[in-house]
Design a protein around this ligand. Structure first.
Ligand code: HEC
Ligand code: HEC
Length: 303
């Protein structure tokens, strides 16, 4: 709370306490000699002015004393913090510091170990799994098997590379896949032809005549990124189109949509949210899910 608002509240509180005390004492005196309020109804109906019962006055005084006491020990008057110097902000800071100290004790134990080593340690994997469930499962699925647009992280097929350093870099900085839209360049028929050619590259059922017609546009338009054989290119991170592993779906309609409209897969950066320790632990968990040989294999060259 800012100083203005604590003063604002304190002044209202003091005014209320003073007002309550005034009401109490102003009405305590019994000034009329005949013990009535002086009000008369229906000509002869008068109203007694009885003193308040003692227990009630006691309660009233006690609550005034409590109000004053509360004002003194708790936030109090602006700069005067109250004798307990309590604020909700400082309580929050203490809670955060306590949680950080606890996390630090847990995380520091893993700090100096290699990711390959962490991927073998059930304790490290339990923490990594937790980080994954809280931050990654929404996109990659709770078992990390992905879905349309979100890569499966458990296979040995990597868009960006499956060695520990690359996986850590992917998580730390994020990734942005850029597949440009080709609909305007190729037209509907051109898109359909080249999509059939892509299916032929993947060894999937396709229309041979259309694939043949699409081959020429592939060679001019697509090879810069996906390579002449369609096996992808580690430099531009364009995926292998021949392995029948699809990020956006491998049926003709999905492939046509990919080519016509382009795709922009966005993997968020986690450096700020998670910090280096948690990133290494979640990377270890991801690598442990991936096929055992994926740890050793650098998939960057064959996405
Ligand atoms: C908002 C959705 C989203 C969240 C949350 C997310 N990711 Fe991703 N991730 C993606 C997308 C999309 C890609 C693919 C990017 C592309 O198409 O180029 C990706 C790619 C990856 C890759 C690269 C896979 C490869 O084949 O090279 C890894 C590793 C990865 N994510 C791990 C994680 C981890 C670990 C977390 C949690 C800390 C996480 N992701 C959270 C969307 C997400
Ligand atoms: C500028 C480089 C570039 C060019 C040129 C390019 N692509 Fe791509 N393509 C990419 C990238 C990068 C991705 C991955 C996008 C992502 O991760 O979101 C991709 C993804 C794809 C996919 C989806 C693969 C999957 O697993 O779902 C298909 C299909 C595809 N491209 C076909 C083509 C065809 C056909 C052409 C030519 C008409 C072409 N691309 C031209 C860079 C390119």
């Amino acid at each position: 709370m800012t100083r203005f608002w604590s003063l604002f509240v304190a002044i209202i509180v003091i005014a209320n306490i003073a007002g309550a005390a005034w009401i109490l004492f102003a009405n305590a005196r019994d000034s009329s000699p005949d013990k009535t309020t002086g009000h008369v109804w229906d000509e002869d109906l008068t109203e007694y002015n009885k003193p308040l019962p003692l227990w009630w006055v006691g309660l009233f005084v006690a609550s005034i004393v409590f109000g004053v006491g509360y004002l003194i020990v708790y936030p109090g008057l602006g700069a005067w913090q109250g004798t307990f110097a309590w604020t909700s902000a400082s309580e929050h800071d203490r809670d955060v510091a306590a949680a950080n100290a606890k996390a630090e004790a847990l995380l520091s134990a893993f700090r100096d170990r290699s990711i390959a080593d962490l991927a073998e340690d059930p304790k490290a994997l339990a923490v990594g799994h937790n980080v994954f469930a809280n931050n990654c499962a929404a996109c990659h699925g709770s078992a990390a098997r992905g879905g349309p647009g979100f890569p499966n992280l458990t296979d040995a097929d990597w868009l960006y590379g499956g060695d520990p350093d690359t996986v850590v870099a992917t998580i730390t900085n994020g990734r942005a896949g850029v597949m440009p839209p080709w609909g305007p360049v190729l037209g509907d028929a051109g898109v359909e032809n080249v999509a059939n050619y892509v299916l032929s590259l993947a060894g999937q059922p396709h229309d041979a005549a259309k694939a043949e017609a699409g081959k020429a546009s592939f060679q001019t338009t697509c090879i810069a990124c996906h390579s002449a054989e369609g096996k992808g290119n580690p430099l531009v991170r364009a995926p292998n189109l021949t392995d029948d592993v699809w990020l956006y779906g491998g049926d003709l309609a999905s492939i046509e949509a990919t080519i016509r409209n382009g795709r922009n897969g966005q993997m968020p950066a986690w450096e700020k949210t998670l910090g280096a320790d948690r990133i290494r632990l979640v990377a270890a968990w991801v690598l442990a899910q991936s096929k055992k040989d994926a740890v050793a294999q650098d998939g960057a060259a064959s996405p």
